[in-house]
Design a protein. Structure first.
Length: 135
């Protein structure tokens, strides 16, 4: 997957020893236009919660990035899953990313992203943005 390869290259460039990649939406689809047609309830919520809990608690910094299609999934996720919402609230200081120009969501690290993501990218703390999304 090109996005994961890009994240691996970024992590190597920053000198990280490991990365965890977890999708906000459990539905993986190369054509984002198809994501709108996916039923967001057809997945194992317990497994998703365990994955988020592990990653958020074990990581020292967390890059958030999903884009306009993923943002509704995130908002629905934290609305419907109190454990994940509490994890995000408790670990606000860990979140970094590049917020799109409309200040609505963190930019997805896909190769199509004009802002780019490479070892020179300085991610911003986005705690205040995440706090707003949790409301």
């Amino acid at each position: 997957d090109k996005t994961v390869n890009r994240l691996i290259d970024y992590a190597k460039g920053k000198g990280y020893s490991a990365i965890y990649v977890i999708n906000v939406s459990p539905h993986i689809e190369s054509a984002s236009s198809k994501l709108n047609k996916v039923n967001g309830e057809n997945y194992d919520k317990d497994i998703q919660t365990k994955c988020f809990k592990f990653v958020v608690e074990k990581s020292t910094s967390i890059y958030l990035g999903w884009g306009s299609k993923g943002h509704p999934f995130f908002k629905r996720l934290v609305k419907n899953n109190g454990i994940i919402k509490n994890l995000f609230s408790k670990h606000l200081n860990k979140f970094e990313g590049v917020i799109n120009s409309n200040k609505k969501y963190p930019t997805h690290p896909s190769p199509r992203n004009a802002d780019g993501l490479n070892e020179q990218t300085n991610l911003n703390k986005i705690s205040s943005d995440v706090k707003e999304w949790l409301k």
